[in-house]
Design a protein around this ligand. Structure first.
Ligand SMILES: C[S@@+](CC[C@H](N)C(=O)[O-])C[C@H]1O[C@@H](n2cnc3c(N)ncnc32)[C@H](O)[C@@H]1O
Length: 409
């Protein structure tokens, strides 16, 4: 093994405990250049990961306002909004609020729908889905509200142009209504559906990690594409494939059309070509099925991943330093007990004190006990909810003290 050098990107662990709050309405400020209202996007973040979503938007040059569960960002026009959403990896959804107003009755709600200029978003033939969430509204039945809104939208659509785009009709548009007491907020879902669905993962194991979560953890770890990446419990290959798309500066939505790509108000985008990426990506798993899934998914995404069947107990270092990132089995989640998977965590710890002693590591663990069975020096960067479980993201860094404080500064 060569001499260990710290990762060149100046890797820093981002701690996700900052919950800066500020109150903003749904309509944006007025642009000084055009006088038009600037759209405000609401990027939905899993609770605990708002700072990660804010950080990613910051890397695209946007200043943000964090709220529990979402991050607000002003964008200069619809085309800019569509372009940035195609590059975002960490939010679970992005909404564009279109209006907010009184909706104490079904009639008022329908009036609110009719007050929106739908022409930038819908055509006469767009398929539109409506969902309603309600808190303290006098409109008690969500299905009745949904029908009323759908009806008002169909009326509005009849007055729109029958524009056809190359991909028109493929992706439904999704209008989301939030009834809050006597008022309502109407938003359009920029992606149309949850954004962790990238379109490249056609096969997955029993406990796949959401792709947006994998991207958030890579960002939390401060990974950059000059640092080799190793996932020793790769399952469907999610970490390595997300990392490869990131390294190639490609949109993560390689196998999917986002709803906003069909908005008539924005220019039609060209499909991105496959681009090579510079990252060294290594994936292993004890399961042959997992390795075939990883290879198949990597092929679909157009990402180069070196994948092989290997038990974590036999882990070797594929390069002198790098970032190990892992989502080992949680035990209880797959119907086992935590004790039954402790051996995997202990083997991970032995590898990180042995052949991978010069590697940084970020791993998920469902309990502090399991995390400490990897190494007593592991420090928790954040906790979040993965499926129905609360999970910790734990880090180990041979280039910082045992609390990770040096790396954070
Ligand atoms: C929670 S899943 C990982 C899911 C993965 N992150 C994904 O997105 O698909 C845990 C993985 O650890 C693997 N695994 C369990 N014990 C292992 C061992 N001793 N050595 C290597 N891999 C192991 C399982 O085969 C499974 O694919």
């Amino acid at each position: 093994m060569g001499v260990a050098t710290p990762p060149t990107g100046g890797a820093t662990w981002l701690r996700s405990n900052n919950r800066a709050l500020s109150l903003r309405g749904v309509t944006g400020p007025v642009s000084p250049s055009t006088g038009a209202t600037v759209p405000v996007l609401h990027a939905i973040a899993p609770p605990g990961l708002e700072p990660v979503v804010a950080r990613e938007l910051g890397e695209h040059g946007y200043s943000t306002h964090q709220h529990p569960g979402h991050v607000h960002v002003d964008v200069e026009g619809l085309a800019a909004a569509v372009s940035v959403v195609h590059r975002l990896r960490t939010p679970s959804r992005v909404l564009l609020p279109l209006t907010e107003g009184p909706a104490a009755t079904l009639e008022q709600l329908a009036r609110l729908v009719r007050s929106v200029d739908w022409s930038p978003f819908l055509t006469r033939t767009s398929e539109v889905r409506v969902s309603v969430i309600s808190r303290g509204s006098r409109i008690r039945r969500r299905d009745t509200a949904q029908k009323k809104v759908s009806h008002a939208l169909r009326d509005a659509q009849r007055r729109l142009k029958p524009i056809r785009r190359a991909s028109a009709g493929l992706v439904p548009q999704h209008v989301r209504i939030r009834l809050d007491g006597p008022r309502a907020v109407l938003s359009i879902d920029v992606g149309g559906d949850l954004l962790h669905k990238r379109g490249w993962r056609m096969t997955a194991g029993k406990a796949p990690l959401r792709e947006s979560l994998a991207a958030s953890l890579l960002l939390l770890a401060g990974w950059s594409d000059d640092e080799p990446l190793l996932d020793p419990c790769c399952g469907a290959g999610t970490f390595c494939i997300e990392a490869g798309l990131w390294a190639a500066r490609r949109s993560p939505y390689v196998g999917r059309t986002l709803a906003c790509a069909q908005w008539p108000g924005v220019p039609e985008a060209r499909r991105e070509a496959h681009r090579p990426h510079p990252a060294a990506l290594f994936a292993s798993d004890q399961s042959e099925r997992a390795i075939s899934m990883t290879r198949e998914n990597a092929r679909r995404a157009g990402v180069g991943v070196q994948a092989r069947v290997l038990d974590i107990a036999d882990l070797e270092a594929p390069s002198p330093h790098g970032l190990l990132i892992a989502n080992p089995p949680y035990g209880a989640r797959l119907g086992q007990s935590e004790r039954s998977v402790e051996g995997v965590y202990r083997s991970l710890g032995r590898a990180l004190r042995g052949p991978l002693a010069h590697w940084r590591a970020l791993f998920l663990a469902p309990s502090e006990r399991l995390a400490r069975s990897v190494d007593r020096r592991a420090f928790c960067i954040t906790t979040f909810s993965n499926g129905s479980r609360s999970v910790g993201a734990w880090a180990l860094d041979p280039f910082s003290d045992s609390t990770g404080q040096d790396a954070e500064d």
